[in-house]
Design a protein around this ligand. Structure first.
Ligand code: HEC
Length: 113
């Protein structure tokens, strides 16, 4: 009986881990970084340091609890919302792609920080 219980536990743990895998495996970090570079996002967003814009780490922290995090990030980078840099109001840069898969990959990658 004892044996059966531990096997069941190990089984559930395995399933839980296996179930998490695809989410991480699906994020193409190299593609996301390339997209950030080619759009010069990195001039304002550093992985860990605050520049003109919040760090990727800070964004991940802010968005993590939100169910629609991916969509919120995509909206922020595709609709040009008004932001403030050094007291100056300006429109946030719009990313130069409308490719849904690329946008989702970038959003998910930001959330991994
Ligand atoms: C000129 C500097 C600048 C550039 C370039 C820039 N951003 Fe931003 N970004 C900001 C600032 C400032 C904010 C303001 C956040 C706020 O309102 O607190 C912001 C906000 C964001 C947010 C939302 C964060 C939040 O907490 O709401 C995301 C996501 C984001 N930027 C991603 C990008 C991506 C991806 C690119 C490249 C396409 C990019 N940014 C280019 C300055 C910049």
């Amino acid at each position: 009986m004892k044996h059966t219980i531990s096997l069941t536990l190990a089984g559930s743990l395995f399933l839980a881990l296996a179930g998490m895998q695809p989410v991480h495996a699906a994020v193409d970090a190299a593609a996301a970084e390339k997209l950030m570079k080619s759009n010069k996002c990195s001039s304002c967003h550093h992985a860990t340091k605050t520049k003109s814009g919040p760090s990727l780490k800070k964004m991940a922290e802010d968005f993590k609890g939100k169910a629609d995090a991916e969509q919120l990030i995509i909206t922020a980078i595709t609709t040009g919302p008004e932001i403030e840099i050094d007291g100056e109001k300006e429109k946030h840069k719009k990313i130069k792609t409308t490719d849904e898969a690329q946008l989702k990959n970038l959003a998910q990658w930001i959330l991994t920080h």
